[in-house]
Design a binder for this molecule. Structure first.
Ligand SMILES: [Zn+2]
Length: 448
């Protein structure tokens, strides 16, 4: 039996295998090219350019700049930085800082519309600002997440206020080559898991992520979000490129206020009738096969579906918009959902651990909506979804289906689309150029 590889082993292996380049190419966007971006992106780009400006030279005058945190000049306070412990309540923390009961009551009352003090979470950071640690503290600042913080005044009117942190966004590009898996190619080079997820979202209608191959190549242009210089998350993936064998795919994000989504290079929406698969990060464990030997029944029995093996509880998505015909149980299927998409197509998802909330016959579902969770109910040896695709009442192999391409953007939107597309193509191109020049964390690509 194979033991799962440790994360360190995976990283170690990938360090040797990965061929990578990452680059910040916001410089490319300076000047007239900003014209092509939507107002929103323009703002973000300008903000990130302003943020990167050098501080103004102040000559020989000594200037003392106070250190600001949470809007306070914190040099004038003593700081106690802690994290919430199990079973710890706001009252406990405040009592220890010599805040009296009436004030605590006042603080709780003042938090009512701002922050629910019952929601302090174990492990989350808080800071106490005090002038003199033997005396009653001045402020408590709690950080429910990286994007915001709550300030509790412990004196005076005991005001409570919630503040959003300033998030700056930088447009970045990344590229990588698959050696083992997409996950390894992205996470192994220190990029966020979220980026793999969003790349899959951008390309989910064109690429079957269960058939990725060694040496597949990807390039991305995306937003990296920062708070106080630290990476905190991924925003929009603006452009994605994927090459597998001789096939190349592009997804360009376009939003002009009327319409938004991913488009191919000709301005046709990427969003097709059906997703390529009903689960992410799974593997196909059994194909549609009319002569399969059944592992439990021990005899030949046609397999009319495609099995996707994934851990218990993995979300299962509706592959297209439609109406739920059935969400019920049979001995063979276990918990299953059947969806009618139109008069031609229906899909069915078997062996679910449970249904998602609201999934019952007659319910309307959207493409990509979670309809249930992976399990092994019914005749199943392990956790998987048996996915079945019905065309005109007959079960077919969905991996072989071809659907007509969607209609492109209207004529009047094409000039702005092509301008944007060309910008992104240049940026995707640049991502690989930088890699070739080695101006990144890259390991040299290709043979000498
Ligand atoms: Zn099956």
């Amino acid at each position: 039996m194979d033991l799962p590889e440790s994360f360190t082993q995976i990283l170690q292996r990938n360090r040797n295998l990965l061929k990578i380049g990452i680059s910040t190419i916001s410089a490319l966007l300076i000047g007239g090219t900003l014209f092509y971006f939507s107002a929103d992106i323009k703002e973000k780009l300008q903000a990130s350019l302003v943020a990167s400006e050098k501080p103004i030279e102040l000559g020989s005058f000594p200037v003392t700049v106070p250190t600001l945190k949470y809007g306070f000049a914190i040099d004038t306070f003593q700081l106690l930085e802690r994290t919430i412990r199990p079973g710890q309540y706001l009252g406990d923390i405040l009592l220890a800082q010599q805040v009296d009961y009436p004030s605590i009551e006042q603080i709780v009352a003042n938090s009512k519309d701002v922050f629910d003090v019952k929601h302090l979470r174990v492990g989350k950071p808080y800071t106490i600002l005090t002038k003199d640690s033997t005396q009653r503290a001045e402020y408590l600042i709690y950080e429910p997440n990286v994007y915001e913080y709550v300030v509790f005044e412990l004196k005076g009117e005991n005001k409570v206020s919630r503040h959003e942190r300033e998030v700056t966004t930088e447009i970045k590009s990344a590229t990588g080559t698959l050696e083992t898996s997409l996950w390894n190619a992205i996470v192994g080079q220190g990029l966020s898991y979220d980026l793999a997820d969003k790349m899959e979202d951008a390309l989910q209608w064109s690429i079957d992520f269960h058939h990725l191959q060694k040496n597949d190549e990807f390039r991305l242009v995306y937003e990296q979000k920062f708070i106080e210089g630290e990476e905190v998350g991924i925003g929009q993936v603006h452009a994605a490129y994927y090459k597998t064998g001789n096939n190349e795919y592009h997804a360009i994000y376009f939003d002009n206020g009327k319409t938004d989504g991913y488009y191919d290079l000709e301005g046709r929406p990427m969003k097709r009738g059906f997703l390529k698969s009903p689960v992410k990060y799974s593997r196909i464990s059994s194909y549609y096969n009319l002569n399969r030997f059944h592992p439990i029944l021990k005899r030949a029995r046609p397999h009319y579906g495609t099995d996707y093996a994934a851990p218990y509880g993995t979300p299962i998505y509706a592959v297209g918009d439609g109406v739920v015909l059935k969400a019920s149980y049979t001995k063979g299927n276990g918990n299953f959902v059947k969806i009618k998409h139109d008069d031609t197509y229906q899909t069915q998802y078997l062996h679910m651990q449970k249904f998602a909330q609201g999934i019952k016959s007659g319910a309307h579902v959207k493409q990509g909506q979670v309809i249930g969770y992976v399990g092994s109910t019914g005749l199943a040896t392990g956790p998987h979804v048996c996915f079945r695709f019905w065309k005109k009442g007959k079960q077919v192999n969905h991996l072989n289906l071809k659907f007509p391409p969607a209609k492109p953007l209207p004529e009047e939107d094409m000039p702005s689309f092509t301008a944007l597309r060309d910008q992104y193509l240049a940026m995707l191109e640049k991502a690989s150029t930088v890699k070739a020049e080695g101006a990144s964390v890259s390991v040299e690509k290709g043979n000498p």
